[in-house]
Each structure stands twice: as C-alpha cells, then as structure tokens.
Design a protein around this ligand. Structure first.
Ligand code: FAD
Ligand code: UDP
Length: 382
C-alpha cells in the first residue's frame, strides 16, 4: 500500500467488472497509463465473476451469465483475451403443468392450447388475440399488443411482479421487450450473431485482460477508504451513481437477488440451461451451469434466483419516476469533469455484458481520441 501511495497513478478505477476492466486494459495497454483498479469485493470480474464450487463445478456466483452480441468489434476485442465455446441458450417456462419454450414460439402456442397451427398461421392467430394499444409505453403494452392477455398473464405478469415487485404496466416497455415473440419453431433464447462462452470462464478472461505491468489491482477495498491517500489524475467510477453522490436526491432503486446455490449428485438436473417459473414459487428461475460451460462432471450445480429489494445492486429499475431521478444524478455527473461514470450501475442502464464492453470502449475513445488505432469503431449503439 505504501508503495502504491508513493508512486501514484494516472487513473484510479472503481469496480473490476466489465466496465472497469475494459478501461483498465485500454488505458494501460493502449495509452500507456498507470492504472489502479479497486473493488470492494474479494475478486475481479464484477457480476460476471465465475469460480469452481466445492464439488469442482464452474459456477457463476451472481447468477447465470450467457455471452451474446451482434457486435463484431466487441467480439473481436474480447477474443484477444479468451478462446470461446459455442453455446446457444435455451429456456423452458413452467406454465399450466408443462415446460414450454420461451420466447413464445409456434410450439409454445400449440402445446399450451392443444392446437396444431402451422408457422404461416401463427401471425393471424396472434392478431386474433392481441389487444390493440395506442402507444406502446409499458411492459404490459409490449406483450398484450403482440400476443394477447392470456399469454401475457401466463408467461409475463407473474414473473415480472416477482422479479421487480412491480406490475408490467408500471415498467418501461424495454424490460419485457427483451424477450421477443416468434412465429417459427426457433427455441433459442438469443438470436445474436455471436453466442459463445469464454472457454476457460470469465474470471480467466478478466485475468488476462488485467495482466499488464501498468495495472495494479486492489481488492476488498472500498474506494472511499483509499481515494484520499492515493494520488491520481482521473477517477473512473463504475459503482451505483447515487452512492457516489451520497444519495443526495434519495435512493435510486436497484433490484437485488438472493442466489441459492445447490449441488446435486446426478449428472443432469434439467433439460436446458434455464427453467423459468412465472407463476409458482418465490424464485423466478433455475439455471444449471454445466449446460452453459459444457463441463463434464458426475454431479451438477444449479442456482435459484430470489428477487428482493435490499442487497447488492444488480438491476436498474426502468420506470418513468426512476428515469427522472437518474436524470438529476446525471446532471450532477456533468459537474464532475474529474470523474468518468461508466457501466450498468453508474449510468443506470439495463445493459448486457456486450453493451457494457461497447460503452467502455466508446468511453476510452472519448477520453483518448488520439489513440483510435487500437480502439475499433463499434457497431453496437450505446
Ligand atoms: P459490475 O459487474 O456490477 O461491476 C461493478 C463493480 O464495482 C462491482 O464489482 C462492485 O463490487 C464494484 N464497486 C461498487 N461500488 C464500489 C465501491 N464503493 N468501492 C469499490 N468497488 C465498488 N449480461 C449478459 O450479457 N448476459 C447474461 O446472461 C447476463 N446475466 C445476468 C444475470 C444476472 C443475475 C445479473 C445481475 C446480470 C446479468 N447480466 C448479463 C448483466 C451483466 O452482469 C452486466 O451487464 C455486467 O456485469 C455489468 O458490468 P459493470 O462493470 O457495469 O458492473
Ligand atoms: N420475463 C417474463 N417472463 C419470463 C422471462 C422474462 O415476464 O419468463 C420478463 C421479466 O420482466 C424480465 C424481463 O422479461 O425481467 C427480461 O427477461 P430477461 O430474461 O432478459 O432477464 P435477465 O436475464 O436480465 O434477468
């Protein structure tokens, strides 16, 4: 610590998740800056951290993380630090006593209602049950305007109420719009161009990103405990934006989860990576890691997700009121040119990993425009 203090750094980065790690890597390797990366957790990787459990199974302690992107630039950038394993995620939803494909597709509808529709007939079926909506503003509007109220109630309303403690009518349209509706039999959860998992896990990939003589990592440390004693030119902050400003306008809501991890003495626990429970139980979904990682092991580990209000902040909560409150904090960030705010918590955006990587790369380009050579133009809009 004394050594660090004496030398000082160009950049002090708070948070060793995707946002902080990408910026640390770019600033050190491309711009030659000396970087200190601080995280209060005992590990790097943020919420994407993975590790082996007591049984020797690779798990994601903060819930299942599946990498998918349409951005070639994000994929190419991360490919510098890992090889990949192709993986296409599949989800089944437990509805009316059956396990049915999600996103809703031709098989979902036929099996749920005992029908025998063809793909060419499904649009007309959806049109016959859909409820017209003047303007698609809420997460309820998105679903009922496409597939009607019965499918909405069975697949979306209960899950959303559990996950957010809000009715879909109170949430921004973008939340349930993450889950599409299909008229085909395609049962993949994502259709992105690149659907892959880091071959040796996320943590290994982060280790390789941060393996540079200009990068120092300080774990188990809240940045507030060291910021006064470590000289630095610029601060990059990836934690919750309201905490940075001591909640001066009140708490910006973040949704949390309790994770219940289990290991079972059987090779496979469920047929697919994730099973959703929209209508029963306090948990929303159960994920089995070996589907994601491809690991072979006589036992298997799963995680149950129980949503809750208190605890580590995981999700920004997209409602009109919260957007308004975030705008007030965002205005404060503009009064601090000495600090860069980036990442899912600091910019209060419901971003996937690839979007955070794209945002961090774009942020780097903005901070160091002269160094465009090694920071590719990004296809992903952020
Ligand atoms: P984080 O990973 O949250 O990193 C922020 C870091 O800042 C944390 O490690 C925190 O400890 C640290 N920090 C905060 N405050 C302080 C402080 N005061 N001092 C020191 N350190 C501090 N995305 C996908 O693309 N695919 C998925 O399948 C997927 N599944 C997900 C499942 C769950 C349950 C969750 C919660 C998220 C999922 N995501 C998924 C989203 C993904 O986790 C995020 O997009 C990504 O991890 C965000 O990276 P980040 O760096 O912005 O934030
Ligand atoms: N959702 C739902 N039923 C489901 C799956 C998702 O109602 O079976 C809604 C819910 O509001 C959820 C949102 O769609 O929060 C986004 O789902 P996603 O799987 O993208 O959530 P994440 O993986 O980010 O938790």
């Amino acid at each position: 610590m004394t050594d660090l203090t004496a030398r000082g750094f160009d950049d002090l980065i708070v948070g060793a998740g995707f946002a902080g790690a990408v910026l640390a890597e770019r600033l050190a390797r491309d711009a030659g800056r000396r970087v200190l990366l601080v995280d209060r957790r005992p590990h790097i990787g943020g919420n994407a951290y993975d590790t082996y459990d007591d049984a020797g199974i690779l798990i994601h302690p903060y819930g299942p993380h599946i990498f998918h992107t349409n951005s070639r630039d994000v994929f190419d950038y991360l490919s510098r630090f890992t090889t990949w394993r192709p993986y296409q995620h599949r989800v089944l939803a437990s509805v009316d006593g059956q396990l049915l494909p999600l996103p809703i597709n031709l098989d979902t509808v036929n099996r749920l209602y005992g029908l025998n529709l063809r793909a060419s007939e499904l649009d007309a079926y959806f049109a016959s049950v859909a409820e017209p909506v003047a303007a698609t503003r809420t997460s309820e509007d998105v679903v009922v305007s496409k597939v009607g109220r019965d499918l909405y109630r069975k697949f979306f309303q209960g899950y959303t109420r559990k996950q957010w403690d809000l009715d879909p009518s109170e949430l921004d349209a973008s939340v349930t719009a993450r889950v599409p509706v299909r008229t085909s039999r395609d049962d993949r959860y994502f259709t992105d161009t690149y659907q892959v998992m880091p071959e040796y896990g996320y943590t290994r990939m982060f280790q390789r990103m941060l393996d540079h003589p200009n990068i120092s990592v300080l774990l188990n440390t809240d940045y507030r405990d060291v910021i006064g004693v470590i000289p630095h030119r610029h601060l990059i902050y990836t934690g919750p934006v309201d905490a940075f400003f001591d909640h001066c306008y009140g708490q910006l809501p973040y949704r949390s989860l309790h994770f219940e991890h289990q290991t079972h003495p059987t090779e496979q626990f469920q047929a697919v990576g994730t099973v959703n429970h929209p209508n029963e139980y306090a948990f929303t979904r159960v994920s089995e890691f070996k589907h994601l990682t491809g690991q072979r092991h006589p036992h298997t580990s799963v995680v149950y997700e129980y949503p809750r209000a208190q605890g580590d902040p995981y999700y920004p909560v997209p409602t009109p009121e919260n957007a308004e409150l975030y705008r007030r904090y965002e205005a404060l960030t503009r009064t601090r040119p000495d600090v860069t705010f980036v990442g899912r918590l600091a910019t209060y955006r419901y971003y996937n990993m690839d979007q955070v990587v794209a945002q961090a790369l774009a942020t780097y380009r903005r901070l160091h425009p002269a160094r465009t050579g090694a920071a590719p133009e990004l296809a992903t809009t952020v």
